[in-house]
Design a protein around this ligand. Sequence first.
Ligand SMILES: Nc1ncnc2c1ncn2[C@@H]1O[C@H](COP(=O)(O)OP(=O)(O)OP(=O)(O)O)[C@@H](O)[C@H]1O
Length: 309
Amino acid sequence: MADSPLGRTLLIANPAAHSGKGAQGAEFARRFLGSYSSVTSGYEVRLTSGPGEATTIAEGAEGFDTVLVLGGDGVTHETVCGLMRRDAEDRPQLGIIPLGSGNDYARTLGMVTNDVEAAFAQLVRGSVRPVEVGRVNGTHFMETLSFGLDAAIAIDTTERRAADTSQKGEALYVTSGLKILSRARGGFPCTVRLDDEDPVDLSTLIFAVQVGPTYGGGFRICPDADPADGLLDVCYNVRKPVLPHLLALFGLARSGRHARSRVVRLRKIRRAVLDFAAEPPCQVDGEALSGTHFEVEVVPAALRVIFPV
Ligand SMILES: Nc1ncnc2c1ncn2[C@@H]1O[C@H](COP(=O)(O)OP(=O)(O)OP(=O)(O)O)[C@@H](O)[C@H]1O
């Protein structure tokens, strides 16, 4: 590793990412790695053929110093889950080449998005820092876990994108948001225990657990979240706002200004246990998760990730 910035490198690329632009991005990345041989000490390129494969490839990343992932938050989540199945001492460092529609993890790290060449320039000169990941019922997440309306919006967004709507990214999230929020009524009753505190009953509309500040393609739900502070940030409602207020909060969350509202509370925690009366909408890095009992915890310094300098 000493004689090249990335050492022995495995590139995991999703050709389907960003509405198929991943294929071209992967080809560019392959040519880049071939042309600039001093950047690595040898490399391998693996294209994913479908959901879940990045996890298997990353889990088997034996003898690599660096795993690069090219694609969006979905394939990055799968790669992180695979890396977390490896022993910590045999876990390669991770670099992101963001090519997706949401790119929230890239935003957390400060990587340029949807520009493969510029991302390589950042990675080659970057610095490696340990970051935490979250864990919920045995599944890891690198950016976001949420319950309630925001999860319903994220799941609706994913389903509509899969159904090939012409809307993308933020526009898709906003239209899903307006649809789901305008139908919101009861909330999702839940008992929550944060760290070692006494359990509290909440009438949950949203309960977000974040490693980095954003979800949904840039909504700053936990504006102070820092992926290297060893803590998870949570944002949840402590009152039920009337619908116009709820819609206004949704708009303010774009810039993080919802944090000033007395309706929501923001905290930093290590652990949370949530028990819902009935199964809530739940998303983990954009993927749906089912259940009523959720045990959430931080895994501090779980991954070494390349940040731009
Ligand atoms: N060859 C493939 N064909 C179809 N889907 C794939 C393939 N390889 C991986 N996938 C799936 O595509 C999903 C979405 O990919 P990814 O997150 O990379 O891009 P995106 O959806 O454009 O971006 P974002 O997640 O940021 O919105 C992943 O969850 C992954 O399981």
